[in-house]
Design a protein. Structure first.
Length: 186
């Protein structure tokens, strides 16, 4: 089924929208959640919550790309669950490593001024990633958006793990310089 047809089902409040979404994007959403949470049951629950969130969101907006819309919902729900479960240092996993790798490039800010700066930071990172070569962009996005392990990225791209790790390290260093040059405090 085409994305516009699925979205139309949501707008028409037809319950078949959930089944169509699951059939087309269930594996995609579950992979995102599983990479972040490292738990099959939690991933499944986040995917189901994604469908519920999509059901509640669709009547007010028509997403340009359904996959991106669903992926973002899944990712945000998964990160929220991850933070909740790891409160008080109760865990680890791949996502802790991913977040740790990026701490030198991007700091977490909680005040109002920080929230405004966050939008500018998002634009700057988006511009940086958009200017990467296709292979570097693919590696970066798989690692820091989808939270894929270095081993998975290496296997899928046919590169040694060391090459992928080094590419990520160099890209993070370039990102840090890029952001610093644009006035972001790192």
């Amino acid at each position: 089924m085409e994305d516009n047809e699925i979205i139309r089902l949501y707008w028409d409040r037809n319950e078949q929208a959930i089944k169509a979404t699951s059939d087309k994007y269930g594996r995609y959403c579950k992979a995102i959640a599983r990479n972040i949470l490292n738990c099959e049951e939690d991933a499944e629950e986040c995917v189901n919550d994604t469908y519920l969130r999509a059901w509640g969101s669709m009547p007010t907006q028509w997403p340009a790309r359904l996959a991106t819309f669903l992926g973002k919902i899944t990712r945000n729900l998964s990160f929220n669950r991850y933070k909740y479960q790891r409160a008080g240092k109760r865990g680890g996993g791949e996502i802790a490593l991913v977040l740790d790798e990026l701490t030198d490039c991007v700091s977490d800010v909680e005040d109002v001024e920080g929230a405004i700066d966050r939008q500018e930071l998002i634009k700057a990172i988006d511009s940086f990633v958009g200017n990467l070569s296709e292979s570097r962009r693919r590696i970066f996005v798989r690692r820091y958006w989808y939270a894929d392990s270095v081993a998975e990225i290496a296997k899928d791209s046919g590169m040694p793990e060391g090459t992928v790790s080094k590419a990520l390290e160099r890209t993070r260093k370039r990102l840090k310089v890029y952001l610093t040059e644009r006035g972001f405090e790192i």
